[in-house]
Write a protein that binds this ligand. Structure first.
Ligand code: FES
Length: 134
């Protein structure tokens, strides 16, 4: 077992969360996204979300982050959870849902899941207001 994996496991990350973090699932950018949004949380970490939306359904979702393992695993999970979901379904996803999907992250990292969900909500709001302008 790698040292990083051992440390993450010891601090309370599930195997699934560790896999998502180490494999950088859904980390990246989308060329010509329907919308992208950036949000910086109170901890100072930042997430940037890119969405491809067609007929109100999220067809692709990626993110980049300057953040901790909690931010990366939560971002990876959330991008996975929203694919093929409508915007309305996506808006119902809470940080508790993200943590359940990951099968556990350390308690003190719950705000990292909030960072992911707030950035996504901001992207949806931005998308809606850009559509309202046209
Ligand atoms: Fe800032 Fe995890 S400590 S997102």
């Amino acid at each position: 077992m790698s040292e990083v994996r051992r440390l993450l496991e010891k601090s309370g990350y599930s195997n699934k969360a560790i896999e998502y973090y180490l494999k950088k699932v859904n980390v990246g950018r989308i060329e010509n996204p329907s919308v992208h949004a950036t949000y910086t949380g109170p901890c100072g970490d930042t997430l940037e979300v890119y969405l491809k939306i067609e007929s109100n359904v999220i067809k692709d979702a990626k993110f980049q982050a300057v953040g901790c393992a909690g931010a990366f695993s939560s971002g990876s999970a959330l991008m996975e959870m929203v694919k093929e979901k409508t915007l309305e379904e996506t808006e119902k996803i809470t940080e508790t849902d993200i943590i359940s999907f990951l099968e556990g992250i350390p308690k003190q990292k719950i705000h990292c899941a909030c960072l992911a969900s707030r950035t996504l909500q901001k992207a949806i709001e931005k998308y809606r207001s850009s559509r309202a302008d046209t």
